[in-house]
Design a protein around this ligand. Structure first.
Ligand code: ADP
Ligand code: MG
Length: 506
């Protein structure tokens, strides 16, 4: 006999989680998580990176084994660490990046892995699609599907399994605006079919658009939960902040050297592109402008467009007062703009395979011509290896064999071997250890000392607080707030990044 949760007259939750604990080694990731979801409810689960949201979902799906606690699906206790059991009881996780077979049709992809008669399955699938009123041609080849449509295929697969509770883990991070709306229409539809949904997101506006309930997770604990109507955005933002946040003062910093009447090194005027709009900003010599925002706010799109990788729609890009809008990336580099993307592989570092090659100025030119002065290269490389404490066996070491932190030091440090005017750093220390982080901060200090303008894109608010002379926040493709040095603190940045303005009383 299966163990039943809460017998009696009360409706049975589709999902009940009771006092779940889970550690990875000494890291307690889930600390006594308890929650219930009833048919037709959409629970938005929000929380910062590392809060434990994905771990919770994976524990319910049988991918991870909780250390203690109970989980019930439809009132029946779940055996831990058995993915097949979780699936059979009706839990289904829509992967963030669906993995479909591109050469197969939608139908073949959905039916993949199901036992039983194909004809019966096919008619069941057609019923599900018809019932939901979805317009998706099942004979289309999967390669022609957008990511949103691929997610739809995953949802169909879940429904065909008669899933009663669906988990969507940050499903919209790769979707366009229209695709998000399409997904939300589908979720509305599923609500009406009494499916339960756990929707993990970092976008607060989505909470108010689709969720019936909301829970905030922080450091493995659900700190706040309830019906969405009970909350304002402001309350949710507050719930996301660690307790002692607002009291903390911004750290002392050495200021940018913007003086009265000084000319900006870099300026954007009414700059519009794909993923951002109406951007106006200036960066002065030796100034670090921090650009904060949540994933998907449009910061990387902005950087890629400044760098000439994406096409702008309208507006002006000025470097030392000269209009460089519409130039090709190579010409933009020659004028003194450097962009270090979050993904180092995109930056072509592995096109030039050795450490020395990367550290010399020839490296940036070599994107257009092949000329290397090996003696000069050696001198520069040896200087930077010692200055930046790059850990390598020698200057001929292959880039690919350096640690992530050391690769990043090379990529940022090499901009010093040219005479850059503007350096754009996109998440320069993500995934890097504390020691390398300090070295990268020192390199940024060196850029400032040389009067370079630095645009620092970071989701790490502490980093923005630590390094910026001025900061802006981007929200849904627009700059929504600018902060002077005195106003830069995590509380202000966090609120503005989530689209909540805190009125600064003068
Ligand atoms: P979220 O989804 O809220 O961003 P996660 O559940 O992914 O958070 O991670 C919570 C914490 O658990 C993090 O500190 C992460 O490093 C740790 N963690 C997650 N998965 C593993 C794993 N397989 N092994 C070790 N630690 C893990
Ligand atoms: Mg996660």
């Amino acid at each position: 006999m299966a163990e039943f949760y809460q017998p009696g007259s009360k409706p049975v939750p589709i999902l009940s989680v009771r006092e779940i604990n889970k550690s990875f080694g000494s890291n307690s990731v889930l600390c006594g998580i308890t929650l219930d979801i009833y048919p037709g409810e959409v629970l938005a689960l929000i929380g910062g990176n590392g809060a434990g949201k994905s771990t919770l979902v994976k524990s319910i799906m049988g991918i991870y084994k909780p250390d203690s606690g109970r989980i019930f699906i439809g009132g029946e206790a779940l055996e831990f660490s058995k993915p097949a059991v979780s699936l059979n009881k009706g839990a289904y996780l829509i992967p963030q990046e669906p993995m479909l077979f591109p050469n197969m049709t939608v139908e073949q992809n959905v039916l993949m892995g199901f036992q039983g008669k194909k004809t019966a399955l096919r008619s069941k699938l057609n019923d599900v699609v018809k019932q939901l009123g979805w317009k998706l041609d099942l004979s289309r080849s999967a390669r022609t599907l957008s990511i949103a449509e691929q997610q739809l295929v995953e949802i169909l697969r879940g429904l065909l399994r008669e899933a009663r509770i669906l988990f969507l883990d940050e499903p919209t991070s790769a979707l366009t605006f229209d695709e998000v709306n399409a997904l939300f229409a589908i979720i509305e539809n599923l609500k009406k079919k009494n499916i339960g949904i756990v929707y993990i997101t970092h976008r607060l506006n989505e909470v108010f658009m689709i969720a019936t309930h909301v829970a905030i997770m922080r450091d493995g604990i659900i700190t706040i939960s309830g019906r969405v109507e009970e909350f304002t955005r402001e309350m949710l933002v507050k719930g996301l902040l660690p307790g002692d946040f607002s009291e903390r003062l911004p750290a002392e910093k050495t200021g940018g050297r913007m003086t009265e009447g000084e000319k900006p090194v870099f300026e954007l005027r009414d700059f519009n592109g794909y993923g951002f709009a109406d951007i106006n900003l200036r960066i002065y010599p030796g100034e670090v402008l921090g650009l904060c925002g949540v994933v998907g706010a449009g910061r990387t799109e902005l950087a890629m467009t400044i760098f000439g990788r994406d096409e702008a729609i309208s507006g002006q890009v000025l470097l030392d007062g000269k209009d460089i809008s519409g130039m090709k990336t190579n010409d933009i580099i020659k004028r003194g703009v450097n962009y270090v993307p979050e993904d180092r592989f995109l930056n072509g570092i592995f096109r030039i395979s050795t450490l020395a090659g990367n550290l010399s100025s020839a490296c940036l030119d070599s994107l257009s011509k092949f000329f290397l002065d090996f003696a000069a290269e050696r001198n520069i490389a040896e200087k930077y290896v010692s200055d930046f404490r790059i850990k390598a066996t020698g200057i001929r070491q292959e880039m690919g064999s350096l640690s992530g932190g050391n690769q990043q030091k090379v990529v940022i440090g090499r901009s010093l071997s040219t005479t850059p005017r503007l350096v754009i750093l996109d998440e320069p220390t993500r995934g890097i250890d504390a020691g390398a982080r300090g070295d990268i901060y020192a390199i940024i200090g060196e850029l400032k000392a040389r009067n370079v303008a630095v645009l620092l894109i970071s989701s790490d608010m502490e980093e923005i607080v630590e390094l910026s002379d001025r900061a802006m926040t981007m929200f849904q493709g627009r700059i929504n707030r600018e902060f002077s040095k005195e106003e830069i603190n995590q509380d202000n940045l966090m609120r503005a990044s989530f689209g909540v303005y805190k009125e600064n009383k003068a």
